[in-house]
Design a protein around this ligand. Structure first.
Ligand SMILES: [Fe+2]
Ligand SMILES: [Fe+2]
Length: 196
């Protein structure tokens, strides 16, 4: 199995719930999840592993003690860029990832299908307004919770933009204060692990 890129000394400092979920879903990704562009330097497993960690840290902060949230974010992170066909915007790769995740869950009974994860994937490459409207119509009672999960997931994906260069991420685009608090950590982690 490919070795995870996040250094152990950083993992050891994480809250127990984040550490456990990170190890579980990063290991699952490296062992089981096929990527359409495995040689990609900016959209393959290392990117997804860091997005997983950022998403779990944000989820634990904004939904403390909620293990279900960590699993929903975990699934979204490890599948969200698996069906890319190019390195650009590739509009629609989110929808393809969501469809792939659903069929993958049908064939892997150890993986519980979460419609929330599929939704986060499907709309992660869309404008916030478009994703927000879709969530409002799809999740009536859970809409408020899902809107926050959508913001968390997009911020987690955004925090990894430091891999695109020192100006890859404009912090003004971050949606949650919790993600702003993670800017220093994200920059450090990307510097330590990009291109590994
Ligand atoms: Fe993506
Ligand atoms: Fe991504």
């Amino acid at each position: 199995m490919k070795i995870k890129v996040v250094p152990q000394k950083l993992v050891r400092q994480l809250p127990a719930a984040v550490k456990d979920a990170y190890r579980q879903w990063a290991d699952y990704m490296y062992e089981q999840v096929p990527f359409n562009m495995p040689e990609s330097e900016i959209h393959s497993t290392a990117h997804s592993e860091r997005v997983l960690l950022f998403a779990l840290m944000l989820g634990d902060k904004l939904f403390p003690g909620d293990a279900a949230v960590l699993e929903v974010l975990g699934h979204a992170a490890i599948f969200h860029d698996t069906r890319r066909e190019d390195e650009g915007t590739d509009r629609g790769h989110g929808a393809r990832a969501a469809d792939f995740y659903e069929s993958f869950c049908r064939e892997h009974e150890e993986l519980s299908y979460h419609p929330e994860s599929a939704c986060l994937m499907r709309y992660h490459d869309c404008r916030d307004e478009q994703g927000g409207e879709a969530i409002s119509s799809l999740f009536e009672e859970q809409a408020e919770r899902m809107q926050l999960l959508y913001q968390i997931f997009k911020d987690a994906d955004g925090l990894d933009r430091f891999r695109l260069g020192p100006r890859g991420l404009n912090p003004n685009y971050l949606r949650t204060d919790a993600a702003v608090d993670l800017l220093g950590f994200a920059k450090l982690l990307v510097t330590m692990t990009h291109n590994k």
